[in-house]
Ligand binder design. Structure first.
Ligand SMILES: [Zn+2]
Ligand SMILES: [Zn+2]
Length: 295
């Protein structure tokens, strides 16, 4: 079951360039060094799920941060069928209101709001910030047509499974997601032991790697490399990158099957639910000589 993944943003919470900073990365001419706030989108065509069905694009976004509007324009998004939230920090939730026009399109088409999947603490923050959207007696006429749904172990959006992968982010419990042959783990400072079985048989591991210098709630490049090796995905992509890491120079020092992602990077993924539920069906082929799929 073929789908496509696009990095909408690969930067840390302040984005790169960082406002007011004149460092080599923030002033770099390399477009790969410009990083919007972290988010990915997953697209597939309905015909891939049910052959014979009319061709219709389906789109799920993981996190809608403060750059969501710009990212949606760049990616040519005309719809969103679901949003999954990893946690409630500003860089992951502050674009929720920009779902409005897309939610009106989806509502006109289906009569249904866009489902937003979030853990209880994130639901609480979203209800507080966007009270004019979620209050039972909300009267604001142009509020987003969205509906909060509790995150569960397996969240199925229009036939695609997104398994919750518990993670630590400093003191916080946050969530990553496993879908088919791919996992997205951002803002990680630790991976609980019980989450590793959910990460078997991956072709693509996307994991945050902030910088080299330790940070209390984010992993370093060195630690991310150790987890990448243990998880053993065919290809690992780093995201949530600070201005400490120049794209080309950092990539040159990484093993060939580990690369910094960059905004706009797109590749094909397999969204089959069998790969999520029975990960050992996809034994990863160790192939250290293989070139990265798409740079
Ligand atoms: Zn973040
Ligand atoms: Zn965070």
């Amino acid at each position: 079951m073929q789908g496509q993944l696009t990095f909408l943003g690969t930067g840390t919470s302040s984005g790169v360039p960082t406002l007011g900073c004149r460092c080599a990365v923030c002033t770099s001419a390399d477009p790969h060094d410009r990083r919007l706030r972290p988010s990915i989108l997953i697209r597939w065509d309905e015909t891939a799920l049910s052959p014979g069905a009319p061709s219709r694009e389906r789109v799920v976004v993981i996190d809608s941060g403060p750059d969501f509007r710009e990212q949606a324009l760049r990616a040519g998004l005309t719809r969103v069928d679901g949003v999954l939230y990893t946690h409630h920090h500003a860089d992951h939730i502050l674009g929720l209101d920009d779902l409005r026009p897309l939610s009106f399109t989806v509502f006109r088409e289906s009569g249904l709001p866009i489902p937003l999947y979030a853990a209880p603490d994130t639901v609480e923050v979203l209800r507080r910030i966007y009270d004019y959207t979620f209050k039972a007696d909300a009267t604001y006429p142009n509020r987003a047509k969205v509906e909060l749904r509790p995150l569960t172990a397996c969240n199925t959006v229009l036939g695609i499974d997104f398994l919750r992968v518990p993670l630590k982010h400093g003191d916080m419990d946050i969530d990553g997601f496993r879908f088919g042959n791919t996992a997205y783990l951002t803002d990680v400072s630790d991976i609980p032991e019980e989450s590793f079985p959910l990460l078997r048989g991956l072709d693509h591991l996307i994991i945050s790697a902030l910088r080299h210098k330790p940070h209390y709630s984010h992993t370093t490049v060195k630690q991310a490399l150790l987890w990448a090796e243990r998880i053993g995905a065919r290809q690992t992509w780093f995201t949530h990158i600070a201005h400490d890491l120049p794209h080309a120079e950092t990539n040159a020092a990484l093993p060939q099957n580990v690369r910094l992602a960059h905004d706009g990077l797109t590749f094909a993924i397999n969204l089959s639910r069998d790969l999520s539920r029975n990960p050992d069906q996809n034994p990863v082929r160790p192939n250290p000589g293989e070139a990265p799929e798409s740079l």
